[in-house]
Ligand binder design. Structure first.
Ligand SMILES: C[S@@+](CC[C@H](N)C(=O)[O-])C[C@H]1O[C@@H](n2cnc3c(N)ncnc32)[C@H](O)[C@@H]1O
Length: 504
């Protein structure tokens, strides 16, 4: 075992503190606190960075506390990375990690913008009490429950886990002998509005191990609104009991008045936010949800219908640039356009973030559970003319390294953002052209003026207005072909649509 005594620097994403080995290599250390002098065991090395863990604390930080999970600390188990950090210091830790992630993976301009949008921002706490309603274990040889060693594939049998809600503690999970085959992943679930269940190998079981219905019920209260959801036990649902209401409330607060808006909700899961959005959009608004998981999509459709919201189109699909281009945004005359996205840890990614911006929604609300992908996505959208209006950071996973952000962005006015260089090449579109599709322009004209306009007429008016077309788009194949010329009233209607979509 190679060990060294070093002094630790600041915290980094994933529950590490950054240090430097005597030979100069950077080491990411778990189990430490900023400023501590510790003996570190090097557990793995890559070309530019090493990983290690604290084996002995030489000079302890004032923020060090006895680990909330002594068994996990002794066995070096993952999942409770900040179990040795006093709770107020966990919040400061997460704030520093978010700042650092934005600076490194976004830009200093993005950080300045976030600071300006929310001066003196802190990580908001929902309390440090255990709140986990969903936890996965691996069934071990001998019938016990096991968890993974930190940054490794070894599973150790455990006798405890400190973050469970009381209903799961009452199940006495760690003293039972489980009949599932060794290696089975067993998820224990304590829904807020139905009995606890187990989920393993695609099946749902009662806590006695008998097969039972795969549906559980969750209820979420946000001020005057209460919604009940039917969820498949294998689908995603926020794992901390406090999270659904906190995040739904944060979304409502951020969006404010959205009645009559046209909205997309991407990565919509079983519809947690969809019901709140549909309520806010009202009868004149329209919502389209997109989710990749089939059972979750079914739940969302059921939950929306049960709550009486029928202005919603629920789609199952992979959120991709192709899919986003095919969605009907900007077709109706609305109070505004909005995209809400709650992607998995990997974030939107550049292509999806660009495809969202190419539709020019007035508002984008982005949830992130990873500050690194959050910073990258925000930076992509910033470069495409979106600016941070409001944002908040939440600690919904005490004792872990996880942190959740919600950022509301709005489109800069066209005069300012038209000068931003838009990387549209990968979409085969010029920037002005990308603001509205031919179909959207046709729909707009039909709804407002009551007549149809052809692609050819739109192309002619685009040419008149100096909107650059892609080569050969809508041009007749033969040069000498006689073409009808767009009548003046149709030209005016098309120009009206261009102004509406901020193309001129
Ligand atoms: C963080 S969850 C959010 C769900 C919902 N907002 C909630 O809070 O319950 C992310 C969701 O995205 C879905 N998902 C992941 N990748 C996807 C993709 N490429 N396309 C569509 N959905 C995806 C997952 O199935 C999951 O339901």
């Amino acid at each position: 075992m190679q060990t060294e005594i070093i002094t630790l620097g600041g915290p980094a994403h994933g529950g590490y503190c950054v240090g430097r080995l005597a030979a100069g290599k950077v080491i990411m250390v778990r189990g430490g606190l900023p400023g501590e002098t510790v003996e570190v065991e090097v557990t793995s090395e890559r070309s530019k960075v090493a990983y290690g863990r604290v084996v002995q604390v030489k000079t302890a930080s004032a923020d060090r506390v006895p680990h909330i999970w002594p068994e996990g600390e002794t066995k070096d188990l993952g999942g409770v990375e900040l179990g040795h950090v006093a709770y107020p210091a966990q919040l400061r830790w997460k704030r520093d990690v978010v700042r650092d992630a934005i600076r490194r993976n976004g830009s200093s301009e993005l950080l300045a913008e976030l600071d300006q949008a929310h001066p003196g921002w802190e990580v908001e706490s929902s309390g440090s009490e255990p709140g986990r309603t969903r936890v996965s274990f691996t069934v071990c040889e001998g019938g016990g429950l096991g968890m993974y060693e930190a940054a490794a594939h070894n599973v150790h049998t455990v006798r405890s886990f400190p973050l469970l809600v009381p209903e799961l503690v009452d199940l006495d999970l760690f003293r039972r002998h489980w009949e599932f085959a060794p290696g089975t992943r067993l998820r224990v679930i304590a829904p807020s509005n139905s009995a606890p269940v187990l989920f393993a190998d695609g099946q749902t079981f009662s806590v006695d191990g008998e097969p039972t219905t795969s549906r559980v019920r969750e209820t979420v209260h946000v001020s005057d609104l209460t919604f009940t959801y039917r969820i498949f036990s294998g689908s995603f649902w926020q794992t901390d009991r406090r999270a659904p209401a906190i995040l739904a409330a944060a979304l409502r607060d951020a969006l404010g008045q959205i009645e009559g808006f046209e909205a997309w909700e991407l990565y919509s899961g079983s519809g947690l936010f969809s019901l709140f959005l549909a309520q806010g959009l009202g009868a004149k608004g329209r919502l389209t949800t997109v989710e990749g998981d089939g059972p979750a999509t079914k739940s969302a459709a059921y939950n929306l219908a049960k709550a009486g919201f029928d202005q919603v189109e629920v789609r199952r699909g992979d959120v991709s640039p192709q899919l986003l281009r095919s969605l009907p945004m900007g077709e109706m005359v609305s109070q505004g356009t909005l995209v809400v996205a709650d992607p998995p840890r990997s974030g939107l990614g550049k292509a999806v973030a660009r495809a969202i911006c190419a539709q020019h929604p007035d508002l984008v609300a982005l949830f992130s559970c990873d500050p690194v992908s959050c910073a990258r996505d925000l930076e992509t959208m910033r470069q495409l003319g979106y600016r941070v209006k409001t944002w908040r950071v939440f600690d919904l996973f005490p004792y872990t390294s996880h942190v959740e952000t919600i950022v509301l962005l709005s489109k800069l006015d066209s005069k300012k953002y038209i000068s931003v260089e838009l990387p549209m090449d990968d979409m085969g579109l010029t920037s002005a052209e990308s603001k509205a599709t031919y179909k959207q322009i046709q729909n707009y004209v039909f709804k407002k003026f009551g007549f149809k306009v052809s692609n050819l007429y739109i192309a002619q008016v685009k040419e008149k207005c100096g909107i650059k077309e892609r080569e050969n788009y809508n041009k007749p194949k033969k040069e000498d072909l006689k073409q009808p010329i767009c009548p003046i009233e149709k030209e005016e209607a098309i120009k009206d649509a261009f102004r509406y979509f901020q193309m001129i």
